[in-house]
Write a protein that binds this ligand. Structure first.
Ligand code: HEC
Length: 139
């Protein structure tokens, strides 16, 4: 009898541990949902040339404003990224690099969820420079 109780207790504890493990897997970061961009932004031309001057400006601003989440090289591995509910993505891959400059500009300006809006924090010209800098992450 005693043995049966011990066994039952063991099964209960094991089942509880399994439930806990399942929950923590669910609490992991989720991949970002598709993010539609209005056509007028999507087709917007970048007013800055992708030259050394704009890339330099973009790099300084990126490291100050964006690298904490998106990581120094755009891999989404900045120190703050672990605290986010949504993955901040990978700026080196085709999913990101295949988008237009206007899409990058729009998403940076308006933000969504864990991604802050930079509309009031970074001037448009500087956002375009960051867009140029982020093109250098392409693998
Ligand atoms: C607090 C963390 C954080 C900071 C700081 C941050 N981002 Fe983000 N960013 C995110 C997250 C999370 C997402 C994914 C959001 C979503 O899709 O819902 C994202 C998404 C993006 C996207 C869309 C990527 C894609 O493939 O669609 C762009 C572009 C972007 N960020 C640019 C920037 C720029 C530029 C800066 C700095 C000026 C910046 N981010 C600063 C967290 C951050």
């Amino acid at each position: 009898m005693k043995r049966t109780i011990k066994f039952a207790a063991f099964v209960l504890v094991a089942a509880f541990a399994l439930v806990l493990a399942g929950n923590s897997a669910q609490a992991q970061q989720k991949k970002a949902e598709p993010w539609p961009v209005p056509a007028e932004y999507k087709n917007m031309a970048n007013p800055l040339a992708g030259d050394a001057a704009s890339i330099k400006l973009g790099k300084t601003s990126y490291n100050k404003n964006c690298a904490s989440c998106h990581g120094k090289t755009g891999l989404g591995d900045g120190p703050k990224s672990r605290t986010l509910k949504t993955s901040s993505g990978d700026f080196t891959g085709a999913e990101y690099q295949g988008q237009t400059d206007g899409e990058h500009f729009y998403k940076t300006k308006v933000g969504r969820g864990d991604m802050p809006a930079y509309d009031k924090k970074v001037p448009d010209r500087e956002i375009w420079a960051i867009v140029n800098y982020m093109r250098t992450f392409k693998k």
